[in-house]
Design a protein around this ligand. Structure first.
Ligand code: BDR
Ligand code: CA
Length: 301
């Protein structure tokens, strides 16, 4: 499959995104990088390692990245994921150790690969990606695609009235990435709130009875009482089944000034430089995404 790196802060919906990638032959998950977000860096790194162990894929290297944002904000935890970030999921025995730094890994791996081959899925705050792009600006054009969960275009936020959690955690990083010129698909709350956990979905996942599906069903049952939107798996789903999604090209900017609109994502119709346009993903076949998740997670041990 196509080489994919996932930059994440697991996070229950991050877990779904990772498992969807691992269960899909169209994608080859070559590495995972972690960033402080839903929980502090150490916790999300251990969570990523635990998820890979559950799926029998401890061979996928995990690289811990930035422990705080560029212009960090003192915001609430993303409470929907529980104290540990995975809704109390027990970690298996013998999980691996992280290796190296995420920013080194991103720069070295993407620059060493053939141009236009590596896809990066960013499903946490954008600190690692912005730092890597700042250190090596050529990364933006080397990537095949950058798929991002963040922002809330034209809809209410989930951490302030207008800001979404990933962007609010590090608004400057979000603005840097959206101004990088990379080929970006942006999955904001306007999109991801359309893909809900349903009771039938959880039962369908649990039905396959594997180690991974049992873990997913337990995490999802814990999550659905607090947030029923499956944000992060949407970005991976589009890499596998682009026909499930539709979007519009536009310039999106992020307010990174402290104040009531800090972290807010805005369409900017006054900027007509098409090199900075991103694909704002707007429509989704939610049943199709749920069916894809169910089918692909069932393929894991
Ligand atoms: C985003 O915030 C996190 O809590 C989720 O994992 C997702 O990436 C949704 O706003
Ligand atoms: Ca996340």
């Amino acid at each position: 499959g196509d080489p994919l790196i996932i930059d994440c802060d697991p996070g229950i919906d991050d877990a779904l995104a990772i498992f969807l990638a691992l269960g899909s032959p169209e994608l080859d998950l070559v590495g995972v990088t972690t960033v402080a977000g839903n929980r502090p860096l150490d916790q999300v790194t251990r969570n990523a390692l635990a998820l890979l162990a559950i799926a029998g894929r401890s061979d996928v290297p995990v690289h811990a990245g930035c422990a705080r944002g560029l212009l960090p904000r003192n915001i609430r935890n993303a409470f929907a994921h529980g104290e540990d970030g995975l809704g109390g999921l027990p970690h298996p025995e013998g999980i691996a150790e992280p290796v190296g730094h995420a920013v080194d890994y991103l720069v070295e791996t993407i620059m060493a690969a053939e141009p236009g081959t590596v896809t990066l899925a960013a499903i946490g705050p954008l600190t690692n990606v912005a730092t890597a792009f700042t250190r090596e600006p050529r990364l933006a054009e080397r990537l095949k695609r950058l798929v991002v969960m963040g922002g809330a275009v034209g809809v209410p936020g989930n951490i302030t009235p207008t800001a979404e959690f990933n962007f609010m955690h590090d608004p400057a990083a979000a603005h840097i990435v959206l101004s990088s010129g990379a080929a970006i698909d942006l999955f904001g709350l306007n999109l991801t709130r359309q893909v809900r956990v349903t009771a039938g979905f959880v039962d369908g996942i649990a039905a396959s009875g594997t180690r991974t599906s049992t873990a997913v069903a337990a995490m999802t049952r814990a999550y659905v009482t607090k947030d029923s939107a499956m944000h992060d798996p949407c970005v991976v789903a589009k890499l596998i089944a682009p026909q499930l999604f539709g979007g519009t090209m536009a310039r999106v900017i992020v307010d990174y000034r402290p104040g009531p609109t800090d972290g807010t994502s805005l369409l900017d119709p006054t900027d007509t430089d098409e090199r900075l346009f991103v694909n704002v993903v707007e429509t989704v076949d939610s049943d199709g995404v749920r069916a894809l998740l169910t089918e692909r997670i069932a393929r894991l041990p």
